[in-house]
Ligand binder design. Structure first.
Ligand code: NAP
Length: 500
């Protein structure tokens, strides 16, 4: 029996390409899955004739109705596997076969060497525990994959690994999609026999797969154990976050048995109730802390036991520490914002600052600017909406338009304009509007050289990008969770490695 393994799935149309990718993947995989259903039909004999790899292999031919590419009747599938010799690899190389549950009893397969699988693309399978019982086949691995719409759809993952541990069976539960990503990272540590990964970004054979290299190098999946402290980012879309790279680099540098994972969800209340709160949770997971991002920075507040007064004044929480089962909320955006600015301008007192945008990040900026003695004016496109914010902080409010900011010392962009993607080539202000401004500060950090900063440079302003704030707020989070000074150089290097 293979030990808990990172399995890399390889999908290619030709045998040569499949073999080439599989040999490359062998450097990071414990087990290489050859997805025969991806091959052009005439290529099948070519790959089966040359199964020589330095790592164990798993042979899969997934039919369309189970999420694969093979169009075949049930009879044809049974026939294919009946004709497949058990020992088709050269001496010494272990070969596993993935047989779908619907044909496994017809083939009488069970025991070591088999993965018995079932895929549900509609959601969590009904009576998943009974399904697991049906799959029980001695030393075979029961693989159950299902689509997730929310993080609470991963709860059955924890129950299945517990059930398997209690009964000495092997299971590989796979909650698919971004909401299930955390289980792909922590699967082996929590008792899953296999975690499926892609060899390269873009080469995923199922939604939510992480590359095998990231599983090893970023998340240390194969080094984690079930005592690991789990931190993660709570958000509506965690796929673009830099936080896993910065925080895992910090944990690694400080040699901590801790990991930071993406926790994408649509319903934060259900997550806290069913997966976090000691009184109500359905799973015993070692959550130690969270980063909180859009759209939950305000919503999280109602679920906290204690809130730091500064975070309460801002009305937004981006950091949670879990102490003795209690959720304590903080805001590190505010200090993270002001630290890099104070390095550029030592005395901010009486500086005239224009804050463009009136969302969650603006609240943290205004709190810091007000505390530093700045004279702040908020510019928003929706005056009625922004009124509550400016009243809370007692600062001026003006409509965002094409007027000059020449009367201001500092202009801060807190809108998402300029962010990689659809808005990358947009700027909230042009050079003529910024002329006469001392310093332009853009909270956007991806890309680092935004259109707003380019306009500011043309206008002759000093500039500050959002990357330093990103780093500073994350370093403060590390201190809150671990009590240790953050290894800032390692965190910087990890984030820059991703941002380029
Ligand atoms: P948010 O709560 O959604 O607020 C965005 C604000 O921008 C809202 O006031 C919104 O106005 C305004 N806005 C959006 N599109 C606009 C447009 N086309 N024209 C004018 N105003 C527009 O988001 P957030 O949490 O404050 O984040 C804002 C940005 O800051 C994001 O790019 C985020 O990545 C960045 N950020 C960076 C850091 C860092 O560490 N560097 C930390 C936090 C945030 P409406 O309310 O009218 O929609």
């Amino acid at each position: 029996m293979i030990k808990e393994a990172i399995c890399v799935s390889i999908c290619a149309e030709t045998a040569d390409e499949m073999k080439r990718r599989a040999l490359e993947a062998a450097e990071v995989a414990d087990l290489i899955e050859l997805r025969l259903d991806c091959l052009n039909a005439d290529e099948l004999p070519n790959i089966l004739a040359s199964l020589s790899f330095p790592k164990p292999i798993l042979i899969t031919r997934r039919p369309v109705e189970q999420g694969g590419h093979w169009i075949a009747t049930r009879e044809k599938r049974i026939e294919f596997w009946k004709d497949m010799p058990r020992h088709i690899t050269p001496d010494g190389i272990k070969c596993f076969f993935d047989i779908e549950l619907d044909i496994s009893s017809a083939l009488h397969v069970h025991g070591d060497g088999f993965v018995i699988s079932h895929h549900d693309f509609g959601g969590v399978p009904d009576a998943i525990d009974i399904l697991f019982e049906e799959m029980n086949g001695g030393d075979s691995i029961s693989k159950i994959a299902w689509k997730t719409d929310d993080i609470t759809d991963t709860i059955p993952f924890v129950h299945l690994v517990e059930a398997a541990r209690e009964t000495n069976r092997w299971v590989a539960p796979i909650p698919m999609g971004e909401c299930g990503k955390w289980t792909r990272i922590l699967g082996p540590a929590l008792g899953a026999k296999l975690t499926y990964s892609s060899f390269e970004a873009g080469g995923e054979t199922a939604p939510g797969q992480v590359t095998a290299k990231d599983l090893r190098d970023v998340y240390r999946t194969n080094e984690l154990d079930d005592d690991v402290d789990i931190c993660g980012i709570i958000g509506g879309n965690t796929s673009y976050s830099m936080s896993p790279f910065m925080h895992n680099a910090a944990f690694m540098e400080n040699r901590m048995n801790a990991v930071f994972v993406p926790l994408q969800m649509s319903d934060i209340g259900a997550f806290i109730e069913r997966m976090v709160s000691p009184e109500t949770r359905e799973v015993a997971i070692n959550f130690k802390g969270f980063s909180v991002t859009i759209p939950f920075k305000s919503e999280i507040i109602e679920f906290l036991d204690i809130i730091d007064p500064a975070a309460a004044a801002i009305g937004a929480v981006n950091t949670v520490k879990i102490e003795n089962g209690k959720l304590v909320g903080y805001n590190t955006d505010a200090q993270g914002f002001i630290e890099p600015l104070a390095k550029k301008i030592a005395n901010l007192r009486d500086m005239k600052v224009a804050v463009l945008g009136a969302g969650g990040a603006a609240r943290a900026c205004i709190q810091s600017l007000t505390s530093a003695g700045c004279r702040t004016t908020v510019f928003a496109r929706d005056i009625a909406k922004a009124g509550a914010l400016t009243e809370d902080f007692g600062v001026a409010l003006r409509r965002l338009d094409k007027d000059s900011y020449g009367d201001f010392d500092i202009v801060v962009n807190t809108t998402p304009l300029g962010t990689k993607g659809a808005h990358q080539n947009e700027s909230i202000a042009d050079a003529s509007q910024l002329s006469g401004v001392k310093l332009a500060y853009d909270l956007v950090y991806n890309p680092q050289d935004t259109k707003f900063l380019a306009e500011a440079k043309t206008a002759g302003c000093e500039t500050l990008g959002g990357f330093e704030m990103l780093l500073a707020q994350a370093a403060l989070q590390q201190k809150i969770w671990t009590g240790l000074d953050a290894p800032i150089d390692a965190m910087r290097k990890a984030a820059l490695g991703r941002l380029g």
